[in-house]
Design a protein around this ligand. Sequence first.
Ligand code: PAF
Length: 289
Amino acid sequence: MKIIHKPDDLRCEIEKLKNAKDCSSGLVPTMGALHDGHLSLIKRCVNENNISIVSIFVNPTQFGPNEDYAKYPRTLEADSVLCEKAGVDIVFAPAPEDIYDEYYFKHKETTLICPPYDTVNKLCGKSRPGHFDGVCTIVGKLFNITKCNNAYFGQKDAQQLFIIKKMVNDLYFDLKIISCPIVREKDGLALSSRNTYLTPEARQTALNISQALFKAEELFNKGIKEADTLIDTVLAYIDKPGIEAEYAEIVSLETFEKINLLNEKAIMLVAAKVSSGSATVRLIDNIEL
Ligand code: PAF
């Protein structure tokens, strides 16, 4: 396995491997601090492609000024060991200066891929203005650098996945997006790199999120189809001392637009803020209904 930092070196290495193997390539874009959720994507990528690439890059343009860019866990050494064990061919771990030019660092502006307003300014985008522009920009760059055939994303970031699929469609990126199911701890907590910020007590409180979603699923399976009833149940379940829901919403799985009655494939999404010592940790989760 090679660890590569420069986009041009990555392009050369992929070309070399492609000539040698005449084959398909898969990319798993990540911000590192890899957990079993990432590993499920990575294993699938390794199984389905001759060349597998994992990018590890904490992307500054997707973080707001008061978010956790500086303290986001950076664990390249441990991540590389996991990738090597999983059979990855290349870890691409650029520095911000390898991805963004001097203009960006001077003016804090760069060429962006901006998805339509209505797709990005709701749910997570409401409290994270500019977040999905940053995500699409880095993902677009990674697609262009790697020219991968397949790219793997987790369903936990369901709005991100929807927006990236739309970007690929709108901009004619020549690759397939493969979505992989949420991986949960035994007690239901969805795996996230941000779980590392949780104290043991906060982790216990955070369980309210997945449990609220399972409760909604139970009610839905019993025949409750009104979105408002399911949402109210989830909000009441989550809001306890030490945890506050930022949103709970139900949207169509196909259009990501709000629905009132669940007569089509839908997804319920939740974001909540958990107090953890002196910090607040923002977590997201979702369930298909
Ligand atoms: O989901 C993530 O970890 C990031 O948003 C991604 C897709 C790697 C882009 O930085």
